[in-house]
Design a protein around this ligand. Structure first.
Ligand SMILES: [Zn+2]
Length: 171
């Protein structure tokens, strides 16, 4: 089942669902990477000596840059803001955030993000997203991506299934 964006906003509830769309915009004001614990994806602040995640409390701590890219995606009913997390971006770019940040900082590039980030624009993907409790509680309409695919067969199948009758679908 593929969901359109309107239904997501009308019925904001905790669940996982599949959507598809074209990446239209990567907001240049949003940083495309963050400083993270090396063991888990939890964000840390420069100078931190430990991770706040309980799972990491007995592990050696170090920090690393990871991708976190906000993308604005469009389907026939609207736009939605999604977050592409590190592992998925590494799969798409075939470079780690650590390496890219290094190259970016050393370079003379004054753009808000490396050119590889703009290669996301115009790409069509199927996304699995998680709507979390905090999304519902805070009416926060920016969702994390848990899986994505650019497989043409999957996308064209989703497009075929997609129709506006889904306004009536509340499952
Ligand atoms: Zn950690």
């Amino acid at each position: 089942m593929v969901h359109n964006y309107n239904i997501i906003f009308l019925l904001l509830q905790v669940r996982s669902l599949v959507i598809f769309g074209t990446i239209k915009y990567v907001p240049p004001t949003q940083q495309w990477y963050y400083l993270s614990c090396n063991t888990c994806p939890k964000g840390v602040i420069k100078g931190d000596t430990k991770c706040r995640n309980d799972r990491c409390k007995d592990k050696d701590f170090s920090s690393i840059n990871r991708f976190r890219i906000l993308i604005r995606v469009q389907d026939p009913t609207g736009i939605i803001d999604l977050i592409l997390w590190d592992m998925d971006v590494v799969k798409i770019f075939k470079v780690t955030a650590h390496d890219l940040v290094d190259r970016f900082i050393k370079g003379v590039d004054s753009e808000p993000f490396p050119s590889v980030v703009s290669t996301l624009l115009g790409k069509k993907y199927a996304f699995k997203i998680d709507i979390k409790k905090f999304n519902v509680d805070r009416q926060e309409k920016c969702f994390g991506i848990t899986k994505f695919s650019d497989d043409e067969k999957i996308i064209s199948a989703l497009e075929k299934k997609f129709n506006l009758d889904q306004y009536l679908d509340v499952t």
